[in-house]
Design a protein around this ligand. Structure first.
Ligand SMILES: C[S@@+](CC[C@H](N)C(=O)[O-])C[C@H]1O[C@@H](n2cnc3c(N)ncnc32)[C@H](O)[C@@H]1O
Length: 225
C-alpha cells in the first residue's frame, strides 16, 4: 500500500466558494442525486457542465505506467461519470479493456460515444464482477460520497476485484483552515477527514492498493467570508 499522487497532472480548478454558500443545503440535496443538475446544471449544484476536454489524458498516461497496463488487461474505473478516464485509458493504451461503473444513470446515458457498453450503472459498495478479475481498479473522488461503513465496503470490493492493485483518491484536509474551505465548497461528501483518518479506514478495510488525497488548497481568491 503506498501513497502516490496519480492526479499530479490534473489541472487546478478555479472555485468560487462564496457562490457555493448560497442555498447550500438545497443545492447539496440536489447534487447528491447525481442527476442532470449535478453534471450539467449550474456550478452551485455540481460541475456546471461536465464535458470531455482531454484533461484526463496525462492522468491516463500515469495510470498506465503505474500499473504497467498492456493491451488485453482489464481495468475498472469506479465512479467513472461519463467515462472520460475510461476513454482516455483506451486512447493511451490501445487494446486495453477499460470499463467503468457509476451510480448515476444520467452519466452513463450521456457517456462518451467511445465507451458505450463499457459503463455500468451500480454502487461502489457492490461491484458485479468476479474476484480477482481486473488488472487494476481505480476510484477517484467517489467513495467519500458514502458513509464510513460504505467506504469500508467499497474498499473491500476494490480489494476483491484487484488485490493490491487499486488506486483510490478521496477528499481530505490537513488543518482547520483547509477543513473550512472544504466544508464550504463540497456538496456530496459524507465521509471526510485528515489523511490519518483515511489511513485508519484503509486499514480497517484491509485495503492494500495505493491511495492519495484531494486537498483543496487555500487560495485567497476563494476564501471570501
Ligand atoms: C466527484 S465525481 C468524480 C467523477 C470522476 N471520477 C472524476 O474524478 O472526475 C463523483 C462520481 O461518483 C459517482 N458516485 C457517487 N456515489 C457513488 C456510488 N456509491 N457508487 C458509484 N458511483 C458513485 C457520481 O455519480 C460521480 O460520477
Amino acid at each position: 500500500m503506498k501513497e502516490v499522487n496519480l492526479l499530479a497532472r490534473y489541472p487546478r480548478a478555479k472555485r468560487n466558494v462564496k457562490a457555493r454558500l448560497v442555498n447550500k443545503e438545497e443545492n447539496r440535496a440536489i447534487a447528491m442525486k447525481f442527476g442532470r443538475e449535478y453534471f450539467d446544471g449550474p456550478r452551485e449544484q455540481g460541475y456546471g457542465g461536465y464535458r470531455y476536454d482531454g484533461r484526463w489524458i496525462p492522468i491516463a498516461e500515469d495510470i498506465v505506467k503505474h500499473f504497467k497496463l498492456k493491451p488485453g488487461d482489464r481495468v475498472l474505473d469506479i465512479g467513472c461519470g461519463k467515462g472520460f478516464l475510461v476513454k482516455d485509458l483506451m486512447k493511451i493504451c490501445p487494446g486495453l479493456e477499460a470499463f467503468g461503473l457509476d451510480i448515476s444513470e444520467y452519466a452513463v446515458l450521456n457517456c462518451e460515444p467511445e465507451v458505450v457498453g463499457r459503463l455500468h450503472v451500480g454502487n461502489a459498495t457492490r461491484l458485479p464482477f468476479p474476484d480477482d478479475s481486473f488488472r487494476a481498479v481505480i476510484s477517484i473522488n467517489t467513495i467519500h460520497n458514502l458513509d464510513r461503513a460504505g467506504c469500508i465496503q467499497a474498499l473491500k470490493e476494490m480489494q476483491r476485484l484487484a488485490p493490491g492493485k487499486g488506486y483510490v483518491q478521496v477528499d481530505a484536509y490537513r488543518n482547520p483552515e483547509e477543513r473550512k474551505v472544504f466544508e464550504d465548497w463540497m456538496l456530496t461528501a459524507r465521509t471526510y477527514g485528515m489523511p490519518d483518518d483515511w489511513r485508519e479506514i484503509l486499514q480497517e478495510a484491509a485495503y492494500t492498493g495505493d491511495y492519495f488525497w484531494t486537498i483543496l488548497e487555500i487560495d485567497p481568491e476563494w476564501v471570501i467570508r
